[in-house]
Design a protein around this ligand. Sequence first.
Ligand code: CUK
Ligand code: CUA
Ligand code: CA
Length: 639
Amino acid sequence: MSDDKSKNDADAVKGTGLNRRGFLGVSALTGAVLAGGTALGSAVFTRESWAAAAKDAQSKIHVAPGELDQYYGFWSGGHQGEVRIMGIPSMRELLRIPVFNVDSATGWGLTNESKRVLGDSARFKNGDCHHPHLSMTDGKYDGKYLFINDKANSRVARIRLDIMKCDKMLTVPNVQAIHGLRLQKVPHTKYVYANAEFIIPHPNDGSTFDLQDKNSYTMFNVIDAEKMEMAFQVIVDGNLDNTDADYTGKYAASTCYNSEKATDLAGMMRNERDWVVVFNIPRIEAAIKAGKFITVGEAKSPVVDGRKKDGKDSEFTRYIPVPKNPHGINMSPDGKYFIAAGKLSPTCTIIATAKLDDLFNDKLKDPRDVVVGEPELGLGPLHTTYDGRGNAYTTLFIDSQIVKWDIEEAIRAYTGEKVNYIKQKLDVQYQPGHNHASLTETRDADGQWLVVLCKFSKDRFLPTGPLHPENDQLIDISGDEMKLVHDGPAFAEPHDCVLARRDQIRTKKIWDRDDAFFAETVALAAKDGIKLESDNKVIHDGKKVRVYMTSMAPVYGINEFTVKQGDEVTVTITNIDKVEDVTHGFVMTNHGASMEISPQQTSSITFIADQPGLHWYYCSWFCHALHMEMVGRMLVEKA
Ligand code: CUK
Ligand code: CUA
Ligand code: CA
């Protein structure tokens, strides 16, 4: 180990509050930890050799001016609440899609169209998204939707990939903190699987706060992807962390770190093992079809009980013990294995999907019989991803490394064979959470690029004060060796990302006039007898004023309108420009009103004209040489 390496190791630990080898604090596991941590030793990379390797790969990642990236990346914005579109391999940020946040540029959270999508939850100005995933048909991306969770306010949102806007949002009833989210892969994404993390009493009305009570539980939530309504919920033992789905459409599986139903850290680490819970989707559907379900609280969606009763499994679920406090669970692209990352254990647990039928038909003596491997990988394994060539790549949070390992060899090692399944360990900077290989969660996994989302950037960028960016790193995995090729600073906090081939995403260049996104606004205008593409008209309706106008660079259809102080003003603008990229904006100064109107789009915003006097409005998206002159005035008469 070179001095540089030890220094980097020491640096990696500083600031995490964690002692490199002390994280487990479980003496029984210490031997295994040390073995795992030194099984191969990492390839010794110094700062210089990283730089040399990166230079080597520069030609591969350099996307020259005028050229396009090979892949789309979709990044979660974490507790910033948005989704970010990236180009890979350049790692350039292309655009942001506001979802659980409020956005000044597009008017998300301000416009009437976005408020209709947000529904009741528009009162929340924050969100915390973790897991973006793309809809699939037959296990391949179909380019229709992206789904993402909101842990902060228990929501799931859908983004339409043709327009890159959030078009549906659902608050999941009777749960707290939607965390894990994955999609049904086969035959197509009919369901969104969403884990509610926290255990709460039912009803949660203050009559009890006891988590050990039999009416305290959390639920696995299944959402109809097309309607964006609850399909059903499953009550589980313990809590739920991450989830994934198989390639038959039959099974989904989730990790649980709080089988103890504890309320504090020590309690949550009490059991030597927690579990992976597997859901039998057809059995749940059949029970619901037969009317065998309950409802919870005010919600009408069906609920089934997937908890054990008197030590006996329900027909809907099986609980597979795994080492304590597991975190990520990831299905391999060949459909053979769910792999759960150990977190507190230096291992991953390999669960064979081929054995799940027998598990549910009670043909196995022990639920652990579905486990076909439990390789020791290193400290703090969190998430695993795949190259489609039989290798798995697991993030080691505490070791600040990616470990590349051979799945079949790890399975052979579990039977006692002497085989070194670890292929390489690569230092990353620093403390990685998720990693994601190109197309890894589809049948198309192509083993080209690996994105690693590091939680700490520390010394990798110019200092930015006490708050640091994250570090999203790009690794070339197309060859035998992983090569780090790019550091990309990111604002808080991309938990997870997905990569799709650029031909799998087909976007519109301009809006269709009959787009559902603003259909309700069009219908309201029709009630006023307005033809949005041509009419410029102000309608006074008591204390409500509706202003309809067109925009075409560099003018609005109306440059002066008069209202009374206290009127509620709705401005509806239709951009009749048909030229790609000519987006206009509308900002009413000193009224908190701002919105985007892209070519052929209709947008509307409502505000109170509470201040008498003259108020200028202007176009906020630079659209023309005379963009500054694209203005108008609202004249507010004293009440
Ligand atoms: S979780 Cu953040 S590193 Cu929310 Cu997918 Cu594992
Ligand atoms: Cu229209 Cu700027
Ligand atoms: Ca636990």
